[in-house]
Design a binder for this molecule. Structure first.
Ligand SMILES: Cc1cc2nc3c(=O)[nH]c(=O)nc-3n(C[C@H](O)[C@H](O)[C@H](O)COP(=O)(O)O)c2cc1C
Length: 137
């Protein structure tokens, strides 16, 4: 089943720009063989990744990525079946996002319990994905 998974995480201090390049190299090398596509947004201290592909394959990739020491506080925002991919052309597209706005977008304050999607699109995941997509065109 074709599915889409979105998570956010906190970039650790050890995750330099060079490490980001290595992550993208790994992604482009590995994701293609599994027919996984998506995007990785990153700021000075946050990540947001969208993974699209076979449900089981993206879940096992997510479990693998979660263990990576270059980020922490990994929180899944959503996983759901999709009819077609929003990001068919990237094994892993990437974009560095202005820290201030991205911090706002991914602010996961435990008190408010508002996640990225609430802030961005009022629980409308499709709309949120459209907005993320716009960042790439
Ligand atoms: C934020 C983040 C996103 C990542 N995304 C992917 C990914 O989409 N695909 C992937 O294979 N590895 C990804 N990685 C890297 C994996 O955790 C792991 O280092 C990599 O799969 C190892 O593969 P390699 O030995 O072939 O380089 C990501 C790591 C981080 C921190």
């Amino acid at each position: 089943m074709l599915s889409q998974l979105i998570y956010v995480s906190v970039r650790t201090a050890t995750c330099t720009e060079h490490e980001i390049e290595k992550i993208l190299d790994s992604s482009n090398r590995n994701n293609g063989t599994k027919d996984i596509t998506g995007v990785l947004l990153y700021s000075k201290n946050k990540f947001l990744q969208v993974l699209e592909g076979d449900h089981d394959l993206i879940l096992s990739l997510y479990d693998h990525i979660k263990m990576d020491k270059r980020h922490t506080n990994v929180v899944m925002i959503s996983i759901k079946p999709i009819e077609s991919r929003y990001f068919p052309s990237w094994q892993m597209g990437s974009k560095k996002i202005n820290t201030d706005s991205f911090d706002f977008l991914t602010h996961m304050d435990a008190d408010s319990k508002k996640d990225f999607l609430d802030l961005l699109a009022g629980k409308d995941t499709n709309n949120a994905i459209r907005i993320i997509h716009k960042l790439f065109v």
